[in-house]
Design a protein around this ligand. Structure first.
Ligand SMILES: *Cc1c(COP(=O)(O)O)cnc(C)c1O
Length: 232
């Protein structure tokens, strides 16, 4: 667990360096610690090292962790693929959902968001790396989806999210992130008032910060390699 503290410190320092290199204020970039497959104790260790926002992909695993960590003021983000029969517990238990790519899912989340909670923060997942990737709305359909989601009463459309195909050098990594930045700017030019670009993972978050990421989702670099099978 001590590795979590030093990994978090190293990640924060790398975020700071990337922000500085991009002439951005480091306070514009939030770190989302992706704790999927790691136990509640790992999340607790990260919290004790100052981390409060956590990303989870698998609903039941996330609900179990939330129950074990009820005593902590944590902010939970659902970042996995969303099945339509799982929207209610997501709407009831998370503060953010990053992977919305269909209006039907957004409508269910809005209908099912409990009235005593603030609106659910939403990022639309955009497919910027072409056909090999299965989830995310196509670039040419983002605007239409955003126009519909922004009207849903119990959601707050915050911005866009992407998981580009992995690339090794920073120049190649930046290309899809630059596309995301352009799509984001287009939506804001229509007056959508979006403030969030959720992009960048352990292997490419410095490149994402160069292109304007405001949330980087980092798992492995904080918690270590995920060494058991991930459910689907
Ligand atoms: C697992 C996951 C991450 C974190 O990936 P790492 O490479 O471990 O940093 C980020 N975003 C999403 C959507 C994920 O599923």
């Amino acid at each position: 667990m001590t590795a979590i503290l030093s990994n978090l410190q190293a990640t924060r320092e790398a975020i700071e360096r990337a922000a500085k290199a991009a002439h951005r204020n480091v306070t514009e970039v939030r770190l989302l610690a992706v704790s999927k497959t790691f136990p509640a104790e790992a999340v607790r260790a990260a919290y004790l090292a100052g981390q409060t926002a956590f990303g989870e992909n698998y609903l039941q695993e996330a609900l179990d962790k939330m129950a074990a960590l009820r005593d902590l003021p944590l902010e939970w983000h659902f970042i996995g693929p969303i099945q339509s029969n799982k929207t209610r517990p997501i709407a009831e238990n998370f503060a953010w959902v990053h992977g919305v790519d269909r209006l039907k899912i957004a409508e269910r989340l809005s209908e099912q968001r409990p009235p005593h909670l603030p609106p659910l923060n939403i990022c639309l997942q955009v497919n910027v790396s072409g056909e090999e990737s299965k989830s995310g709305v196509a670039e040419d359909a983002v605007e239409q989806l955003a126009q519909a989601v922004v009207r849903l009463p119990r959601l707050k459309l915050r911005g866009l999210m992407s998981i580009p195909a992995p690339a090794t050098d920073e120049t190649a990594q930046r290309l899809p992130f630059a596309r995301m930045r352009a799509i984001f700017a287009n939506l804001n030019a229509l007056g959508m008032g979006l403030d969030t670009l959720s992009m960048g993972m352990s292997h490419d978050y410095p490149a994402a910060i160069q292109e304007g990421a405001t949330i980087v989702r980092v798992g492995t670099a904080i918690f270590g390699a995920r060494n058991y099978g991930e459910p689907t």
